[in-house]
Design a protein around this ligand. Sequence first.
Ligand SMILES: [Zn+2]
Length: 348
Amino acid sequence: MRLASRSLSWIVPVLGLVFAGTTFAQPTTLKAYRYGNTYYVAVSDVANYYGLGADARGVVNRAEYKTGFAQLEMEADRRDILLNGVNHWLSTPILAMRGKLWIAEIDVLKVLDPVLQPGRLRKPGAVVRTIVIDPGHGGSDRGTRGRSSFEKIMTLDVAKRVERDLAGSGLRVFLTRTADTTVALEDRVEFARVKGADLYVSIHFNSGGGSAEGIETYCTAPAGASSTANFSGNGSDRDAGGDRDAVTNNRHDAPNVWLAHCVQKSLLQSTRALDRGVRRSRFYVLRYANCPAILTECGFLTSLSEEQRILRADYRETLAKAIAGGIVTYKKTLDTPQGLVGTSDRIK
Ligand SMILES: [Zn+2]
């Protein structure tokens, strides 16, 4: 075992940051240590850095932190963690070593930081104004088939409801299709680019064997990280590459995960569905999107009970309102009206 150390220099010193109404001093840096080919940060250091208080478990293989504004739970050897009410999939499992838990540096930067400090994503004068909603599949591409439903019909219905639910939110909303038509994946991405989209939300329903059910939301895997997709999907559900290379959308890694978190959390709160987490993939429409982008799988049409719910118009309205609510939360976090300088300016 070889440990090399370096500082996480781009987690910059933040002293006296006003966060959730409380002022506290953060340590100036987090130190990462190399183990094998991966750099890790001690979870206790991470908790200290983000002001998460003391570990409530006091055992080696699990950690639980909870404060008035944040929650973090993790277990050794697992790739999913609970972060502020949502499961998040990491690029690397949590490591137990030398009596401590360790989390990969890339997961601190690409998962924890955007969710624990979304205010850092603000840019002066930037306002989230134009969004593209992408109803998955359509026309000759039916998507997943349930006993009594086609995915392409359900996605269009929910997308139109999201559009209606966002009326009056100050957002300009465009749909990549408004009828049962075939739209190529390339054309969906190009549509968003032409419209000058500030964010892109692709709506899907899932398929899986056995008793699979629940809701999951994807964003692009960071460069160097593997996907957490199931590879059984079709059409735009299909992962466009299992490689770990950087893709176009990687420059939006931080807002991607915050958008995915907001929408997934809103969906879970509204539906009480099983939380399958914020996952990572290189789906075509995600990897080539030139704005923050997510793909949400709003339930399994292959689950009899979930399909029955999805077939109900009032449940689809619940889904749509939840997606719209997540988008509005994201917008409120990132909007920085002209003349108002957010605290994020001081901590860049
Ligand atoms: Zn789909």
